[in-house]
Design a binder for this molecule. Structure first.
Ligand SMILES: [Zn+2]
Length: 93
C-alpha cells in the first residue's frame, strides 16, 4: 500500500503541468529593460499576435524566453495552438 503511494507521488512530481510551462516568461536583464518599457496592453498584443508557420495563422506565444540582438528584442517561445517553436522580433527604435 505504502509503495503505491510513493509511486503516484513520484509520477505527479516528474512532469510539470503544461499550463505552468506556457506561463513561463524568462528574459535576460537587457531584454527585460526593453520589455518593461512597453505598455502592458501592447505587450499582450505582441504575445497574442504571433505568426506561426505551422498553423499558417496568427496565434499566441507561450513559454517565452527573450533576449536582445543588435538592439532588437527577440522573443522565442512555443505556439499555444500547435506547440511548435515561434519567434517574435520587436524592433527597438
Ligand atoms: Zn502553431
Amino acid at each position: 500500500m505504502s509503495s503505491n503511494k510513493t509511486m503516484s507521488f513520484k509520477k505527479a512530481h516528474g512532469k510539470p503541468l503544461q499550463t505552468k510551462a506556457l506561463n513561463e516568461f524568462s528574459l535576460t536583464p537587457q531584454a527585460k529593460k526593453i520589455w518593461d518599457a512597453i505598455p502592458a496592453g501592447f505587450q499582450m498584443k505582441l504575445l497574442n499576435n504571433v505568426w506561426c508557420r505551422t498553423c499558417s495563422d496568427v496565434t499566441s506565444i507561450g513559454s517565452v524566453s527573450g533576449k536582445v540582438e543588435r538592439g532588437m528584442l527577440i522573443l522565442k517561445g512555443i505556439c499555444t495552438r500547435c506547440g511548435n517553436t515561434v519567434a517574435r522580433v520587436i524592433e527597438n527604435e
